[in-house]
Design a protein around this ligand. Structure first.
Ligand SMILES: NC(=O)c1ncn([C@@H]2O[C@H](COP(=O)(O)O)[C@@H](O)[C@H]2O)c1NC=O
Length: 516
């Protein structure tokens, strides 16, 4: 009669599994709480304390850590010396381990204070999981309740859990304990484990444990496979968002939607962002009329309607019917918002190719990783401050109140644009976004070209300093009256003099926002 050892934190389905195994002739051993859950269903089970002769001690820190348990899991029945040890110490073989761990890596575990978080570090569980996974030639290990049916089906069909299943389960088991340990390391790095040590922003090791959340139709191009992965055991707004019909999101939809969703959350006022190829091609704040979010959309779309075709639209307010109507006449891949009025949703869902998404605000992850041969280059994410208290006016001319509003707005947009980035804006509406050029002058030319005179009297934002006065002269030529940039060029004096010559107000933020 084969023996299964069951010791689970998440008791979902464990009594049903135990009942099935019992019906198939297995005997069952289980740790205290799990044994009770099984016995309550009338299934015979031996408490592990009766097997080891030692009760759970040290407040559950030592329960299954015993040679009779680990010997039973790790024994190789084909080994003569193992068989001799088993006979000498009265060890019975265990053919199946069902274990799931204290949920340390989950959001709930992090709600515990430091002291109780330590108690959420499972020791006996991982020891059993790793032991069974190591000995997968003879033992099956199940860490996920969704595998219970597979195990029962295997036993019914083959009289045992097949080697193929055992290998797959062992692989998943090691992935499970690796993710578990990664969560513990991350917890130490986030507050030093005791809340007293300053976390190191870029620690000596980074432990990524990712689980495939969805397989995508393809990657960036149809010949590349693509999938979305998330941190094991954690969820983000991507997991909680609701897609109201429409086709599945593609790899590029995910990438561009993230860019749009992040940028629109930079603003408190009703705002709309249109993104194409990860760069904004329209951004506006709603300022006029009864329906500010509709106003923001119409203005954002007007920035560059050619690029907005097939774009991603993000707003930071509920989508109204007044916004949905003009939006429905523009081919749009994705619209993402915190909510939709009922009639607006109906209007948009009538557009078969539009993916309509309700989502929560995005989170920030502590690392920004970019692949490099043999690893990644890692940095902290770029925090973009729109607080002007530390900014400095460096020209004789001071910005007017309206220009200040536009400068703050344009700085927020500019920091989300691929370098070199130049943004022309007026009345908190972007009119020209020059992105991704290898020289700043070309970005300025593109911004001026796209603005087509509409930013006259408005402002210009530059993600890095102007190395020469030519960019400033180009902005002046386009009728720009105020400029925001980090400053810090060896030719700042020359650039400031140019601004003074043109009677332009110029603000230095002291912070560069290159974006590659
Ligand atoms: N200390 C031990 O020997 C030990 N053995 C098993 N556990 C864990 O205890 C939980 C099950 O306990 P119970 O069956 O008493 O509810 C499982 O999450 C299992 O991983 C242990 N707990 C923590 O390390």
């Amino acid at each position: 009669m084969p023996t299964a050892l069951l010791s689970v934190y998440d008791k979902t389905g464990v009594a049903e599994l135990a009942a099935s195994l019992h019906d198939l002739g297995w005997s069952l051993v289980s740790s205290g709480g799990t044994a009770r859950a099984i016995a309550e269903q009338g299934v015979p089970v031996t408490d592990v304390a009766d097997l080891t002769g030692v009760p759970a001690i040290l407040d559950h820190r030592v329960v299954t850590l015993h040679p009779k348990v680990h010997g039973g899991i790790l024994a190789d029945p084909t080994s003569e010396s193992h068989r001799a040890d088993m006979a000498e110490y009265g060890i019975e073989p265990i053919s199946l381990v069902v274990a799931n761990l204290y949920p340390f890596g989950s959001d709930t575990a992090f709600e515990h204070g430091s002291g109780s978080a330590v108690e959420m570090i499972d020791i006996g569980g991982p020891a059993m999981v790793r032991a069974a996974a190591k000995n997968h030639a003879h033992v099956a290990i199940v860490v996920d309740p969704s595998d219970y049916d597979t195990v029962v089906a295997d036993v019914r069909e083959h009289g045992e859990i097949t080697l193929a299943t055992r290998r797959r389960l062992a692989r998943d088991a090691f992935a499970h304990t690796a993710a578990y340990d990664a969560a513990i390391v991350t917890w130490f790095d986030s507050d030093g484990g005791d809340g007293a040590t300053d976390p190191e922003p870029l620690p000596s090791t980074i432990h990524l444990a990712l689980e495939r959340a969805e397989v995508l139709r393809y990657g960036e191009n149809p010949h590349q496979q693509g999938a979305r992965y998330r941190f094991s055991g954690a969820t983000s707004w991507w997991d909680t968002m609701t897609q109201h019909g429409g086709k599945a999101l593609s790899y590029l939809n995910l990438y561009d939607t993230e860019a749009a969703w992040r940028l629109v959350h930079r603003y408190d006022d009703p705002a709309c962002v249109v993104v194409k190829h990860a760069n904004p091609c329209g951004v506006a704040i709603g300022t006029t009329g009864d329906d500010l979010i509709a106003d923001a959309y119409v203005k954002a779309n007007a920035c560059d309607p050619v690029s907005a075709f097939g774009g991603i639209v993000a707003v930071n307010r509920t989508v109204t019917q007044a916004m949905a109507e003009p939006l429905s006449s523009v081919f749009t891949e994705v619209v993402v918002a915190p909510g939709f009025d009922g009639d607006a949703l109906e209007t948009l869902l009538a557009k078969k190719n539009m993916r309509v998404i309700t989502a929560e605000a995005p989170d920030e992850w502590p690392f920004d990783l970019k692949p490099l041969d043999g690893g990644f280059i890692v940095q902290q994410p770029d925090p973009v401050s729109l607080d002007r208290s530390t900014w400095q006016v460096v020209t004789e001319t001071q910005p007017t109140d309206e220009q200040w509003d536009d400068l703050v707005f344009a700085w927020g947009v500019c920091a989300a644009v691929t370098s070199n980035a130049i943004v022309y804006a007026k009345d908190r509406q972007a009119f020209g976004i020059g992105a991704g050029q290898q020289n700043r002058l070309d970005s300025a030319r593109i911004a001026a070209d796209r603005s087509d005179g509409r930013a006259e009297g408005g402002v210009c934002a530059s993600d890095a300093f102007f190395p020469f006065r030519d960019g400033l002269d180009a902005a002046a030529g386009a009728g720009i009256r105020a400029v925001i940039q980090p400053g810090g060029s060896v030719r700042d004096d020359e650039v400031i003099a140019a601004a003074n010559e043109h009677g332009i107000a110029m603000v230095f933020t002291g912070e560069r926002h290159f974006r590659h």
